[in-house]
Design a protein around this ligand. Sequence first.
Ligand SMILES: [Zn+2]
Length: 126
Amino acid sequence: MNNILYCSVCDHDYAHLIGTIEVIDNDENQAVEFMINSKYSIAIKTKYEYRSQGNIHLLFRCEEGHFFIKSFDGHKGNIFMDENTLMDELTSYLNDVYQNEKDLFFTLNYDLLGNIEKFLKTQKIY
Ligand SMILES: [Zn+2]
């Protein structure tokens, strides 16, 4: 049991899986929908660098409060790990929004969902 996950911001070894993000793309390097926890759909069109042959992004939070994402994107036969600019920017956005939070939460709630949507709207294309 030594192969554990560390926070990519501070290396803390206590972390919680908050949720999953799956990106539905339109085959033209655009994302059109984001499915959070296979349950909440956010329909926003953004630039997406992968023509996806399957993808999944796991959103974690460490006990110091940092959000970080482990990202997997299928593209032309390869699986790219943690090479997703959009997910990196989402992580930075969430860490900014929640940086002064007093009571840390470790589950997906509507506030977090709303902030994910707010971020995606900043990336919106028409
Ligand atoms: Zn951390």
